[in-house]
Design a binder for this molecule. Structure first.
Ligand SMILES: CC1(C)CO[C@@H](CC(=O)O)CN1
Length: 423
């Protein structure tokens, strides 16, 4: 069609053992690509094309595919990546080829580091996004003492370290800490021994079932014990058949009554149109047409709006770069892996991104991190209910349930009454 082709590279976790989020996200990337290429006001005279491979969410394979994309023409003007494990090595090396990297599925807190990842941006929030929300809710409910139990995984260790910092900043204290590698029972015992009341738990779904079976068996639950869990487990996670536990779904449901979850808001709940003029509802309809069958069974479906928004961030940044290069008689198609000037313009355009995406406002911090809203839910009688939203950048906490609806037995106490100082 006579337009100049601009190619970008992409690696998607389509298969593999950890997180095959490309299954839900690649269709969203292709949808955004189609939408952007149909817009005459974005990158006029250009057509964006994607050259992609399956990273299997494997760092070695991701690296290998990245080099193949680099050394196989045509030149790629940017890299789009998915999960943390494959994004990390690409984000670390890309600047050597003057490439900017945009991840739609990487949550690892370690990626918030400009020394290691000088040209990295992500539309997926870091896992540390939960922490300011947890702190804000503690303030809301007058809790100053909390406990933490974590699985020993990099993502949860860095999240716990960040929580320690946020707790200190808020003049709160962590009274009990527990961690585990493969057996959580001792860690739960530690919390029981210290009569922990307000507990933040960071671990994957499989351990969540084992922990709450132990919590159930030990009776370590009730209206005065509050658990903050991760909100991105599947809604029915506690009912899944699991040979590692001797509890039923109903046992876990009883132990989980009233717990609070936090997660990055990935699809705007309201129906205001985003920059693509598409509403969240319309997006879901279009995705349903792409994904045959039950979306909730497709990995990466929840993250698909982040992938859609990543292509818009890429396109708008290139469009902005095009306008900034024109007065210097430079063009996007002049980009090569040795052209630092154009790479810097693309970096600065990404850095100043600011548009209304499907996942809410898209803007990045100085470390390329996504500023996003968090969604707050509470489980009541085995069902998650949205109870509020929080934006850290504007300190805006919007509760959609009353305190009485959330805490029918009254707001739980953080339990550690100040010990009467003997005279
Ligand atoms: C919310 C979740 C499941 C966190 O892990 C991300 C994958 C990753 O960080 O590798 C995808 N989204």
């Amino acid at each position: 069609d006579g337009r100049i082709i601009l190619n970008f590279g992409a690696i998607f976790p389509m298969t593999g053992k950890s997180w095959a989020g490309g299954q839900g996200c690649k269709p969203a990337v292709e949808m955004a690509l189609k939408d952007v290429n149909e817009r005459s006001d974005i990158l006029p005279g250009y057509k964006l094309k994607m050259v992609w491979n399956d990273s299997e969410c494997n760092p070695g394979l991701g690296t290998n595919l990245f080099y193949n994309l680099l050394y196989t023409p045509p030149i790629k003007i940017m890299m789009l990546t998915g999960c943390s494990a494959a994004s990390t090595p690409v984000a670390e090396a890309a600047h050597m080829w003057n490439l900017n990297v945009l991840a739609w599925g990487a949550s690892s807190p370690a990626l918030s580091n400009r020394e290691r990842f000088p040209t990295f941006f992500r539309t997926h929030p870091s896992a540390t996004l939960h922490n300011p929300t947890r702190i804000r809710l503690c303030k809301e409910w007058n809790w100053t003492k909390i406990s933490v139990i974590q699985e020993m995984q990099e993502v949860f260790t860095s999240t716990s370290e960040d929580l320690e910092k946020e707790v200190a900043k808020a003049n709160m204290t962590i009274t009990a800490r527990a961690s585990f590698q493969t057996e959580p029972k001792t860690a739960v015992g530690n919390l029981i021994a210290q009569d922990a009341r307000i507990i933040v738990g960071v671990f994957y779904e499989g351990f969540a079932r084992r922990i709450f079976c132990e919590v159930y068996n030990k009776g370590f639950y009730g209206p005065n014990r509050v658990w903050f869990l991760i909100g991105w487990y599947p809604d029915n996670w506690y009912k899944k058949q699991d040979s590692n536990i001797n509890c039923t779904g109903d046992n876990l449901k009883e132990a989980l009554e009233g717990h609070i979850t936090t997660e990055g808001m990935m699809l705007k709940p309201d129906d205001s149109p985003s920059i693509s003029n598409m509403t969240s509802e319309r997006f879901k309809e279009r995705m349903a047409a792409e994904i045959k069958g039950d979306e909730s069974l497709v990995s990466g479906y929840p993250e698909s709006p982040l992938a859609y928004d990543a292509v818009w961030a890429l396109s708008l940044a290139l469009n902005n770069t095009m306008n900034r290069l024109a007065p210097r008689n430079l063009r996007l198609e002049d980009y090569t892996y040795n052209n630092e000037e154009i790479a810097n313009e693309i970096y600065m355009s990404l850095n100043s991104s600011n548009f209304e995406g499907l996942s809410g406002p898209v803007a990045f911090t100085s470390t390329g991190d996504r500023l996003a809203w968090t969604q707050i839910e509470q489980m009541r009688d085995g069902v998650y209910h949205k109870i509020g939203y929080y934006s850290y950048s504007t300190d805006n906490l919007t509760m959609v349930n009353t305190t009485e609806e959330i805490w029918p037995n009254g707001i739980p106490k953080d339990g550690v009454e100040t010990i009467y100082q003997m005279k």
